[in-house]
Design a protein around this ligand. Sequence first.
Ligand SMILES: NC(=O)c1ccc[n+]([C@@H]2O[C@H](COP(=O)([O-])OP(=O)(O)OC[C@H]3O[C@@H](n4cnc5c(N)ncnc54)[C@H](OP(=O)(O)O)[C@@H]3O)[C@@H](O)[C@H]2O)c1
Length: 388
Amino acid sequence: MSELTLLGLGTVGGGVARACAREGSPWAVGRALVRDRCKPRAVALPDGALTTSADEALDGTGPVVEVLGGELPAANLIAAALERGRPVVTANKGAIAAQGPRLFALARRHGVGLGIEACVGGGVPVIAALRQLAGGQRLTAVGGVINGTTNAILGAMEAGYSYDEALARAQAAGFAEPDPSTDVEGHDAAAKLAILAALAFGVYVAPATIPRRPLTDVTPADLRWAAAHGARIKYVARAARAAGGDLAAVEPAAVPLADALAAPDGPGNAIRIEGDLIGATTLSGPGAGAEPTAGALLGDLAAIAGGALTLDYPAPDLAPAAVRPLPARYAVRLPHAADPAALGHNARWTRDGDGWLGIVEGATAADLGPAARAAGGGLFRCDLPALD
Ligand SMILES: NC(=O)c1ccc[n+]([C@@H]2O[C@H](COP(=O)([O-])OP(=O)(O)OC[C@H]3O[C@@H](n4cnc5c(N)ncnc54)[C@H](OP(=O)(O)O)[C@@H]3O)[C@@H](O)[C@H]2O)c1
């Protein structure tokens, strides 16, 4: 049995420790770095295994499992482990989205593995799928439902709960943090999309430059409209290659029920990869949770032990790619008293409930949002086929 070092023993770290304690596991936890050694832990580790000293945690051999969260100090601890020749696997999308080029370059320089499967999609093996697919063709688009918290909130809103009630239920179920802004404002999805774009297109995208619209823009009327038109509102992150630069967006979208991206319930994820040979393929499964994420981390450890080293990640000297908003069909909702002509865009307007709903083709949220909001309305991307 080989020893590993855990950096973090919270939700995911606890899942890894439990998996290591199962009969037949090839791994045992030798050390675990935490903030508070006195905190009660649901998982028992050998005496002396817990430490609050990063130096002590890194001063060993064997692989390191980084599950602290946050960009810093996590990225610096990953770097320190790689510099000591220790392979690292991480679930920390924030650290990889921001510092992936530097960390992968370090891993290559020191000839050790760096596994990031758990950073996107929880238990859905999208990083392995991307590596496989990108090797044989030009990938053209990637993304989907990649944030389990917002998906769980939307599911509860479909069941009739208000946004606040749905958020409280997601928090009680452990899907949402006490401060949900990272999820509902799209930062988490943008970080994951930046990692997917790096592997699919070989570009470095700064997550903060990805256009985002918050989940809080979704109204119960939007959900009712989607249900009446054979669709569900999903919080969709998507990046696509285009002449003149890459396109990306994280935003609410009405997705037809026949589309696999409409299917995930609760904290589920569905991720589509498009390429010039494969067309499109969609992977789906548990997008978060201690056990699925632990499975992804341990899978990376097995791959590294089997000789897989690092992914082909953009080099640190590559300039960040300029990302433009993704043009799409949008549904714009305006109150009854508003003048649809004031939107300033060609739209097909219909009466919807006590207001107006207009379909605008080939626009971006940046074009439409300010005017729609000024008129007291809102908008969502509409991935349905053209509506008559
Ligand atoms: N939760 C999920 O379902 C999920 C799924 C996929 C990926 N992830 C990612 O996995 C990572 C961990 O998430 P989590 O939910 O397990 O977080 P968590 O429950 O908050 O656990 C974080 C752990 O790291 C320790 N820690 C944090 N900062 C530290 C520092 N500066 N020094 C020493 N110890 C520190 C904490 O110590 P104490 O215990 O002493 O406070 C805790 O044990 C994050 O990057 C997250 O995005 C999570």
